[in-house]
Design a protein around this ligand. Sequence first.
Ligand code: 523
Length: 151
Amino acid sequence: TERTTDPAPHEPRRDAGPGQGAGVVVVAGALYDRGRLLAARRSAPVELAGRWELPGGKLEPGESPEEALVRELREELGVEVEPGERIPGEWPLKPGYVLRVWTARLLSGEPRPLEDHDELRWLSRHELDSVDWLDQDRPAVAEAALRLPPA
Ligand code: 523
């Protein structure tokens, strides 16, 4: 069912009742460059700090997931990216939140940890297990690895 009113500006976007929508959608990018995948270490909140993730953030009202991904990676990393395909599946985060992942290709810029992260690493296929990924990101990282383009 379509909402008839927009949520308040800073409310998370929610769809209709139980079983009806995805709740808050968090989009993340499997960002590729020259045969490597970008991993980002979270600096906040405390319970996630130090763990590695595919960078991204919450979908805002009116945005497509691809638009949200481009915006989040620009804000957090200072890069321009081109979204590719959706990695099949979605993974539950905290209650009411799900993670959906798209591949993305680096178009310009060198990623820097501008917001939310304190370290970034480009990982080649054989290095993917060298960081402590957030549990919820692991299945998406495994799928992303299968799609890693050649160097
Ligand atoms: N995750 C997560 N994995 C992952 C991302 C991008 C996010 O588990 N790859 C979780 C972490 C948070 C929630 O999703 O619990 C929202 O992600 P966050 O904080 O990166 O989203 P933002 O940047 O939109 O959030 P605000 O800083 O609150 O705007």
